[in-house]
Design a binder for this molecule. Sequence first.
Ligand SMILES: Cc1cc2nc3c(=O)[nH]c(=O)nc-3n(C[C@H](O)[C@H](O)[C@H](O)COP(=O)(O)O)c2cc1C
Length: 414
Amino acid sequence: MKRVDDFRLKFGKKKLVPIMIGGMGVDISTVELALVVAKLGGVGHISDAMVPTISDRRFKTHFVKEKQKKYKYNFANKDKSVVQFDLGQLAEATKLHVGQAMEAKRGEGMIFINCMEKLTMNSPKETLRVRLASAMDAGIDGITLSAGLHLGSLAMVQDHPRFHDVKFGIIVSSLRALQLFLRKNARLNRLPDYVVVEGPLAGGHLGFGLDWAKYDLKTIVNEVLQYFAQEGLHIPVIPAGGIFTGTDAVAFLEDGAAAVQVATRFTVTEECGLPAKVQQEYFKANEDEIEVNETSPTGYPMRMLKNSPSIGAGIQPNCEAYGYLLDANGHCSYIDAYNRELAKHPDGKNISVKDKTCLCTHMRNFDCWTCGHYTYRLKDTTHQLADGSYQILSAEHVFHDYQYSVDHQIALPA
Ligand SMILES: Cc1cc2nc3c(=O)[nH]c(=O)nc-3n(C[C@H](O)[C@H](O)[C@H](O)COP(=O)(O)O)c2cc1C
């Protein structure tokens, strides 16, 4: 019976344990988590979502405060188009975040960064270019392009000296999206180094509609593998979403996948950025307490715990401080939803916005509890303690469980 450890993910001469931990913004997939994974020979991800905020927390910079101060006068204004990111500060924050990870990295594994196109930041092209280039400057091993089609992202950094050295991958949820990406980037003479195929059971935003349950990861992965075989393309294919045991992973690896991307099982590790209290909510969740809803202003459905404090909250939009989801015209659908409710309650009290959420603020505060479909199985991966809480795991333990387990067994911690 095969184990994940019988396979290797190959990038040129590099041979890695074929386990990639997916990016989880905002600082849920921390540098600490990525460092453990790299040390164990796999691929860890950090995320550049809300990186000035992360930098303030970790490096005592004051990017958020400075932005908030600069645009304070606009707080009550519905029009947020004046609220712009300082590109120099964005570059600095990215370099601090990535630089810290790369300097501390030990072992044979790699550290990639997850870059979501949907973080349009009121200036989509300029901010994305700075995010990509700064991560490359700071020595990142690879960049995973996510939450968007990324038709122009590679071209933005084609003149960067590390363009052919950094590994680039894209997350897709259909063969069609992948073909579009390949077609648009054909003239760059640079194929992606890997493709993550994310199915409907993943955490975070989904590349499916509310009919996600009709789709299945295996089918999409096979379509992509067949297409690559037909075209003679040798690009590693990495399935993601609902791969809960080493045995689940082996099934994909035996079918021709190069590695697997996993995340949910790492949300309850010491190295994960989620506060301990929130991790207990993930452990406790039952299947019927998890939903896919449309409260994210990005327009993508998102999976989360039904008791997430973000759902139904009615906070004032905080774009002067954050504003990561403002589109090219300074617009975010939460602002409309909030103002609609404010019109009904002009005193500003008791506002509850049910259809949309202020994702920046709630992700920043770990109040939007996004999770994978199998979060309800996390309780089976550990011990319940005398006080009713669940024992937190180490990332090394979970990584090794994926790497060595057979027969769908899940090793409990000591
Ligand atoms: C808490 C959480 C946050 C996530 N955030 C992101 C994100 O910011 N960007 C992204 O591309 N994917 C995100 N994902 C998706 C994961 O990177 C990964 O592809 C997927 O969840 C793998 O499936 P699994 O969780 O069933 O193992 C997130 C997943 C979780 C569980």
